[in-house]
Ligand binder design. Sequence first.
Ligand code: HPA
Length: 271
Amino acid sequence: MLEIIEESASYLRSIIRSKPETAIILGSGLGELVDHIEDKQEISYEEIPNFPVSTVEGHSGKLILGKLGGKEILAMQGRFHYYEGYNMKKVTFPVRVMKALGIKNLFVSNAAGGMNPDFVVGDVMIITDHINLFPEHPLRGKNFSELGPRFPDMSDAYSKEFIRMAEKTAAENHILIQKGVYVGTQGPTYETPAEYKYFRVTGGDAVGMSTVPEVIVARHCGMNVFAVSVITDMWYEGNPVKVSHEEVIEAANSAQPKMTLIMTELLKQLQ
Ligand code: HPA
């Protein structure tokens, strides 16, 4: 595993022109942020040795390096979902490569279903914690102590400092921001009304099919994490809604300027 990571990282090192310390994983319908990146260098996943190739609609599958908020960044447009059939090592492989490239901060975004009745479609929710319901754990199997500890602490997975900075930025820009717990499920089905209710009762504010594996691996290797959900559909008790992928993408598209602004402002404030 270590050699495979190093092979991908050394290929990237040989072609990239910058040394980013922050990486951003963009969720479904949340690719607009890349239009704001300056001095772009794009690398298609197919080009990178050992990289999986993404298949889902709404994703194009490339790394985009450049500057945002005055900082060098590496953005991942198109992530690997467990429901596509990748195992968890593949889903989280890009995070391992990021670490090998010297990335210290990971920003993650996703489209998610809202369960907190105070939310509305189009809200941006800062993730304060998660509930991992994926059937496979990304750290299952041999632990490489070069990468991180066998039993990583998860009491502080989402940086309190980043959360505080994001809340301040949102307030200064008159953006209503939500905060809450993200429930990570394998998909690809959206929830049944009973499942939504169950996730809500057990402490969830939003539910989606990504993010948790990447965050676990990022924390395992010591990165600081900031993550947001864009609420693309809402479930209300007694009023189950039909969810379609098209609506999710459309709602994500319309909410993304808020997310872009928050991430850009956070980058400006990084040391
Ligand atoms: N459930 C799970 N994943 C999602 C949803 C949802 O309602 N919306 C967007 N991704």
